[in-house]
Design a protein around this ligand. Structure first.
Ligand code: UDP
Ligand code: MN
Length: 261
């Protein structure tokens, strides 16, 4: 029953791969019943790929630049959209009926398998402009047809922010006003940097957080970590961030670091 649904993430290099590995262990710790899939590019080293293969059920290598297909042609017109095009490949995982995409800089704090009950395209509002969804967490249905349409859309229209979020918000523009069931709760994609602008809400709802998203400079693997005390010191942040970063580092120390050579 569960085998035709998967969590999907993306890593184009070894540092994002560390994020993806910790994310995978957070999903396992939260006892998901669904498969774990990942898109990687040749920018991920062979030894890191082996680590990934040991943890994910499904590893798909996508090589955007060398392919002589539709993707290649689209990318020629829009070279600035490199990583974005790679993310769009998640629609090609058609061996799954439904998927939830998670950025490699997200961390699952509680089981959220109920997300698979939602339809394409479900996502949470972006705190920067809440009429847009944040593209770090979204429910979608793999389809070659949708993939082709997204590429064509990217080629002809581009992306208003130069990334996948602008593109996906233009393609799925009805998200903003059509169907409230496609608006996920902010607790499924807590964009950290925004929370300290509304501290009372964080205090009231913080314990409901299901997925935390370390956008921009708050990436866990870029924080300073003391290998003796095993304590992380956030370079910036605010109330509560330390605890969440510590959870990321605890998973890293327990499951990821021991198998890295
Ligand atoms: N990503 C990647 N390599 C890169 C940049 C991004 O693999 O060099 C992937 C990764 O899954 C990442 C996602 O694309 O989580 C979106 O980028 P990022 O999370 O850095 O953007 P932000 O959420 O900070 O806007
Ligand atoms: Mn992100």
């Amino acid at each position: 029953m569960s085998s035709n649904m998967a969590w999907v993430t993306l890593a184009t290099n070894d540092s994002y791969s560390l994020g993806a590995l910790v994310l995978a262990h957070s999903l396992k710790t939260a006892k998901t019943v669904h498969k774990l899939a990942i898109l990687i590019t040749p920018g991920v080293t062979t030894s890191m790929k082996q680590q990934i293969e040991a943890v994910f059920d499904d590893v798909k290598v996508v090589d955007v630049l060398d392919s002589k297909d539709q993707t290649h042609l689209a990318l020629m017109c829009r070279p600035e959209l490199g990583v974005t095009f790679t993310k769009l490949h998640c629609w090609t995982l058609t061996n799954y009926e439904k998927c939830v995409f998670l950025d490699a800089d997200t961390l699952v704090l509680q089981n959220c398998d109920e997300l698979f009950e939602r339809e394409e395209l479900s996502a949470a509002p972006d705190p920067g402009w809440p009429d847009c969804f944040n593209s770090g967490v979204f429910v979608y249905k793999p389809s070659q047809e949708t993939f082709g349409q997204l590429l064509e859309f990217a080629r002809t229209r581009g992306s208003f922010d130069g990334g996948d979020q602008g593109l996906l918000n233009m393609y799925f523009k009805e998200w903003a006003h059509t169907d409230i069931s496609k608006h996920l709760s902010f607790t499924y994609n807590v964009v950290w940097s925004s929370t300290y602008s509304y501290l009372p809400a964080l205090k009231q709802f913080g314990q409901n957080m299901k997925i935390i998203h370390f956008i921009a400079a708050s990436k866990p693997w870029l924080q300073s970590f003391n290998t003796e005390t095993r304590v992380v010191t956030p370079t910036s942040g605010g109330t509560g961030l330390q605890t969440l970063l510590q959870f990321w580092w605890d998973l890293f120390c327990q499951y990821v670091h021991p198998s890295l050579s």
